[in-house]
Design a protein around this ligand. Structure first.
Ligand code: ADP
Ligand code: MG
Length: 340
């Protein structure tokens, strides 16, 4: 069995490591020379995502195909699915890639998101949307394409010539995420809520257990399963939640892939989010995730990695260096998970 993975970043790298562990070969297709996943994959191609010859080669050599980031061009996924199964279904990306369609979808399931408006088409901006976050509808990640807007006056200074969404800024008490894996027979497993701390809109630390009330946790778990079922999702996905100071729960966004906050599942569970994803998309025997340890994960961003490269790693700490060729500010370079 050969699993094709579109994208070559650290999520792809960790998927390859999990696949190797359970005897599945991988084939990475990436458009970047600086792709950590290629170091752990038996096969790889580095070509633009619209190169038909390379795509044909990739398709012919894979039994099933998945992706490690959601912004793979839709045309690429659409081309592949004509001849080989792709999980999760690319149609899901069409919704999730676009923050407006994503929020409309979530609300259609009676699940609350932050108040939002399609700022390009709405005639009158309601005053009560401020303070707000202005976000690009597409291609945003790690806080890219976002800015805080406090008033109509501030908004009027902005050139609204690309599709944008304006959403109410939440008075955050906590952020957490839930990782869900759904198999091809409809079986669904969840991991327990993971508490996340962001710095400059980039994930900084994740930990379990997450300190939230049981009723909030249960509601969020139900909502995550509901979203996975309604998307007919196959594989591992993540739902990011906001909890405000009045204990209101909101879905922030859905990631149709394995997620950074779930890195700690490698050390904390009998079956990581990566292994679960592979089992689900390759349609092999399911494994219920059972927690074995509590843990905390720290992202190493930009120069942070330098200190750790020479450090002696102590017992109970697991250090991952993505070995990216260049260090850049705000770029995820590695992570460290600590058993607690
Ligand atoms: P990305 O796709 O870049 O992860 P998010 O929408 O998840 O974008 O935003 C990144 C982070 O920015 C969030 O995890 C949160 O810390 C902060 N943030 C985003 N939107 C809001 C909001 N409406 N209210 C408060 N904080 C927000
Ligand atoms: Mg996010």
């Amino acid at each position: 069995m050969i699993l094709g993975i579109l994208g070559g970043g650290q999520l792809g790298m960790l998927l390859c490591q999990a696949a190797n562990k359970i005897g599945i070969d991988t084939f990475i297709y990436t458009d970047s020379y600086d792709s950590p996943a290629t170091n752990y994959s038996k096969l790889s191609i580095i070509q633009p995502y619209d190169n038909k010859d390379s795509l044909n080669d990739f398709i012919q050599n894979c039994d099933v195909i998945t992706f490690e980031f959601e912004n793979i061009p839709y045309e690429t996924l659409d081309y592949i699915i004509k001849s080989k199964p792709v999980f999760p279904n690319p149609g899901i990306n069409k919704i999730i890639q676009d923050r407006l369609l994503e929020k409309d979808f979530i609300n259609s399931l009676n699940i609350q998101t932050t108040k939002y408006i399609d700022v390009n088409s709405v005639k009158e901006i309601p005053e009560n949307i401020f303070p707000s976050m202005l976000k690009t509808r597409r291609m945003g990640y790690d806080g890219k394409g976002q800015s805080v807007i406090n008033s109509l006056k501030e908004l009027s200074l902005i050139n609204l010539n690309i599709p944008l969404i304006l959403e109410k800024k939440i008075n955050l008490l906590k952020e957490f995420s839930i990782i869900v894996t759904r198999y091809q027979n409809g079986q669904v497993f969840t991991y327990e809520p993971i508490e996340n701390i962001h710095k400059n809109q980039i994930l900084h630390t994740s930990k379990i257990p997450c300190s939230i009330e049981k009723n909030i946790s249960n509601l969020a778990l139900d909502q995550s399963i509901n979203i996975a079922n309604n998307l007919d999702y196959i594989g591992t996905m993540c739902v990011e939640f906001f909890l405000d100071k009045e204990s209101n729960l909101y879905v922030n966004e859905v990631a149709p892939r394995v997620h950074n906050s779930g890195h700690l599942t490698i050390e904390s569970y009998n079956c990581s989010q990566f292994e679960s994803h592979i089992r689900a998309v390759c349609n092999i025997e399911s494994k219920k995730p059972i927690k074995i340890n509590n843990s905390e994960m720290l992202n190493l961003i930009g120069d942070d990695i330098k200190d750790y490269r020479d450090k002696k790693i102590t017992k109970g700490h697991y250090f991952y260096d993505y070995e990216k060729k260049s260090i850049m500010d705000g770029r995820k370079m590695g992570h460290i998970t600590k058993i607690i």
